[in-house]
Write a protein that binds this ligand. Structure first.
Ligand SMILES: *Cc1c(COP(=O)(O)O)cnc(C)c1O
Length: 448
């Protein structure tokens, strides 16, 4: 009898990996999960401190979410969402409307983060076309951005690892040099700067603002770029700049939504609202693929007209408004609204950041430790004085990842940035465990 991982490799082409690497690190086949932990078919346990690609919000197999999905499945699994609707989708919008940034009130459903981004881009372009701003055809974005893997989303992204090869077929977008607080060219610190680097945004808007329909941004945290964190003031300034040039501000809160940054949504830190907000990942607690593109009455109204005017938003996904996913999302919001999960997460975040600083600050190759909410990132560099990075070919982060797996911790670093982005329910004893393992593995690998 072949092992589960052999049977897997006979057929499955895994995402975002070089399949040849599986020769030395076969796929880990998970049997079941509970809370922070995953258990493989051989009985090994793994602490899922990256929330299974940042989507698992409240632990694996949360009983309340399980029950919500179980009871929905005997009522209705799915129904077409054009002309038809379902109770769970309606309830979800009612609940979200209470907690999302002010002004956002119309909900467009899709089934993954990239699709929600495509929806936002198309909506922004069509909005301006229908408002008579026919020159507004360009998107503005930040360097190092990540917004998903479809062609439009890749175009507004800026992580070469994912987009380099496709550049000849991507949209021509304008890029603002993103804030880089670790290697700040102005020699400032993110805690007390005045976002001097915002002059880059002003310059790009001077050149492209008039022909731009939308600016898209990952608020406060450029996740895939290596958990790069920048100050809320930047978003405040961006809001004003977009208003000045009549450019739609799209918040990609797919990674930052639902308490990841210590507030329900990252934009709250800045005290301003975007014109469009994209949600996914934590939305269903990591249970079901679902995403939302939420916008304002003003944008919605530009599409509202007699049918024959041709102004409708003819954008659709088969699984829009799926009731099972909505049932999971409703349960997530009930848990967040009714209980102490967020408050506990904020309290535990202080402890987590403290022990990470204690354990890792003295390690020789640690360039920066940065944190927001429960997210903590440790950027490893060859030389902490000059901040020179390791040769990527050494795959330092990947070596640490492999060692940590053997010791029961799922880290999956971004290059040489080791990070923790655990479910909000992680407890202090788990934090002690995962940081001890990460440190041991880091020291083993760095000892060359
Ligand atoms: C994950 C992610 C996406 C893409 O979502 P998918 O569901 O993987 O398509 C887009 N933006 C951000 C910020 C993300 O973290």
């Amino acid at each position: 009898m072949k092992s589960w991982s052999e049977r897997d490799l006979k057929y499955i082409w895994h995402p975002c990996s070089q399949m040849k690497d599986y020769e030395t690190l076969p796929p880990i086949v998970i049997d079941h999960g509970k809370g922070l932990y995953l258990y493989d078919v051989e009985g090994n346990r793994y602490a899922d401190v990256i929330s299974s690609w940042w989507c698992n919000l409240l632990g694996h197999c949360n009983p309340q979410i399980n029950n919500a999905v179980k009871s929905q499945i005997d009522e209705l699994e799915h129904v077409i969402f054009a002309n038809f609707s379902n109770k769970k989708a309606i309830e979800l919008c009612e609940k979200l409307a209470e907690i999302i940034p002010e002004g956002l009130c119309k909900f467009n459903f899709s089934d993954n983060g990239s699709a929600a981004i495509e929806c936002a881009l198309k909506m922004s372009f069509q909005y301006h076309q229908q408002c008579g701003n026919t020159d507004k055809k360009r998107f503005i974005t930040l360097t190092d951005a990540y917004h998903g893997e479809t062609i439009g989303a890749l175009s507004v992204g800026g992580v070469d690892l994912y987009s380099q090869i496709y550049k000849p077929i991507l949209l021509d977008v304008a890029r603002i040099q993103a804030p880089d607080c670790f290697r700040c060219p102005y020699n400032k610190s993110r805690d007390n700067c005045n976002c001097e680097c915002f002059e880059n945004a002003e310059n790009v808007f001077k050149q492209f603002g008039d022909e731009a329909c939308a600016m898209i941004v990952e608020p406060l945290l450029q996740g895939s770029a290596g958990m790069k964190i920048y100050p809320p003031l930047y978003l405040k300034k961006l809001r004003a700049l977009c208003d000045e040039y009549n450019v739609i501000l799209i918040a990609d809160e797919i990674a930052t939504g639902f308490g990841r940054t210590g507030k329900m949504f990252a934009f709250e830190h800045a005290g301003v609202s975007p014109d469009i907000m994209c949600l996914s990942k934590g939305l269903t607690g990591g249970y079901m693929p679902m995403a939302l593109t939420i916008t304002t009455q003003k944008i919605y109204d530009a599409f509202y007209a007699d049918y024959n005017s041709g102004k409708a938003f003819m954008h659709s996904h088969t699984y829009s408004g799926n009731p099972l996913a909505c049932a999971a999302a409703n349960a997530v919001l009930d848990i967040l609204n009714g209980g102490t999960v967020l408050a506990n997460a904020c309290k535990n975040a202080i402890y987590f950041n403290r022990i990470i600083k204690e354990k890792f600050a003295g390690v020789k190759n640690v360039g920066e430790i940065r944190s927001i909410g429960l997210i903590n990132a440790i950027e490893l560099v060859k030389n902490p004085i000059t901040k020179e990075a390791f040769d990527p070919k050494l795959r330092v982060g990947y070596q640490i990842y492999k060692k940590a797996l053997k010791k029961g911790v799922l880290l999956r670093p971004l290059g040489d940035v080791i990070y923790f982005n655990p479910p909000l329910i992680i407890e202090p004893k788990d934090m002690d465990f995962v940081t001890d393992v990460a440190k041991k593995c880091m020291l083993d690998v760095l000892d060359f």
